[in-house]
Design a protein around this ligand. Structure first.
Ligand SMILES: NC(=O)c1ccc[n+]([C@@H]2O[C@H](COP(=O)([O-])OP(=O)(O)OC[C@H]3O[C@@H](n4cnc5c(N)ncnc54)[C@H](OP(=O)(O)O)[C@@H]3O)[C@@H](O)[C@H]2O)c1
Length: 328
């Protein structure tokens, strides 16, 4: 598995990461089997996937707890990222969402972050986080200056609680504010062949500021594996229900892409998911894109890990983009 340096930090991580959102197993993804999730996390490491990403909000603490159990006794083998700023245990903040009857608020005030990291460290059963990511930017009704949030994160880094700072779901202006306020090493953004907007906006600024672009939902929640012919094949949950490609009228478009790319899969000796992961890793500039694939089953990490080894010719990369642009 190829590795990439995370921003200007000392961290070297696998080019393909493993996302633990579905491992949280709430109504967003449907029930997860914790023992299987732990096996998947271990299998990922066997195959060279060192980076694992979770967040307090994934299953309201459950994903962090499962990741903590999986990493027990092997913490040093992984690059662990988790997030801050989405709270269901405080009264102040802007409403981000209501899930399973629980109100989740955005709050990135310095004192809240200093408090929140201790809760995550406990759930993760560790004493440091490699990459600590602000999950969502503040909303206007409860604003915190980005410089203040960045100040709190920088102090955590100085105290050895975290090794690198990340932010997620940013506008162009927010990216620049973070980059000016301290050492931003990674941004985590939704990016796939079928949803290229964040890359078009932020690949340039990432290259200029030495920031790693981490692409989340690169498989569009599994549909870009080309294997889901019918939504009844998977647990839909609210996470998948939000993705338009799962709607019946769009499934045929994905099936058509799978047909168009079958010769490429043959050429590279890979599956469609691996082809898509290889394409995603080839974006950006100078190898600064990390591909964060969600998974909760060993066979998924086995497939996704191999995607990190696929090196596509420039002409094939361009042709795939053109095919994707024809439908999205
Ligand atoms: N910062 C943010 O706001 C944010 C938002 C979303 C995601 N993320 C992070 O990014 C990670 C990845 O994003 P994502 O989970 O939304 O989407 P994704 O990586 O596109 O899809 C993940 C889901 O697709 C299925 N899958 C995985 N590998 C597969 C394969 N090879 N073949 C078929 N199906 C496969 C699994 O679902 P089943 O287990 O149901 O089969 C898996 O949970 C998350 O886990 C999370 O860590 C961050």
């Amino acid at each position: 598995m190829r590795t990439i340096k995370i921003g200007r930090s000392e961290i070297e991580a696998s080019v393909v990461g493993m996302g633990a959102w579905a491992i949280g197993g709430d109504s967003q993804w449907g029930t997860s089997d914790d023992a299987e999730s732990i096996r998947a996390i271990h299998r990922a490491r066997d195959l060279g996937i060192t980076l694992i990403d979770t967040a307090p909000a994934y299953g309201l603490g459950h994903s962090e707890e499962v990741v903590g159990k999986a990493l027990a006794g092997r913490r040093g083998d992984y690059v662990l990222s988790t997030k801050c700023g989405l709270r269901w245990d405080v009264k102040e903040g802007s409403l981000k969402m209501e899930r399973d009857g629980v109100r989740i608020l955005i709050n990135t005030r310095p004192e809240r972050i200093t408090e929140e990291i201790e809760i995550s460290l406990k759930r993760l059963a560790t004493d440091y986080i490699d990459i600590y990511i602000v999950h969502w930017p503040e909303l206007p009704d409860f604003p915190t200056p980005i410089a203040d949030t960045m100040g709190a994160l920088t102090r955590l880094k100085e105290r050895g609680k975290i090794r690198a700072i990340g932010a997620s779901n940013l506008s162009d202006a927010q990216f620049l504010e973070y980059a000016r306020a301290g050492q931003l090493d990674l941004i985590q953004e939704k990016y796939s062949l079928l949803d290229r907007g964040a890359g078009d906006r932020l690949f340039g600024p990432c290259a200029r500021h030495g920031v790693t672009f981490q692409a989340y939902s690169p498989l569009e929640r599994g549909i870009l594996s080309g294997r889901i012919k019918d939504p009844s094949q998977v647990q839909m949950g609210t996470a998948r229900a939000q993705v338009k490609w799962f709607q019946p009228e769009n499934l045929a478009k994905i099936a058509a892409l799978a047909g168009q790319w079958a010769p490429l899969c043959e050429k590279y000796g890979c599956t469609m998911a691996q082809l898509v992961i290889g394409w995603t890793a080839a974006q950006g500039s100078g190898g600064n894109v990390n591909v964060l694939c969600g998974a909760r089953k060993p066979r998924q990490v086995e497939e996704n890990a191999k995607g990190g080894d696929i090196l596509l010719d420039a002409a094939d990369i361009a042709a795939m983009r053109k095919d994707a642009e024809a439908i999205a």
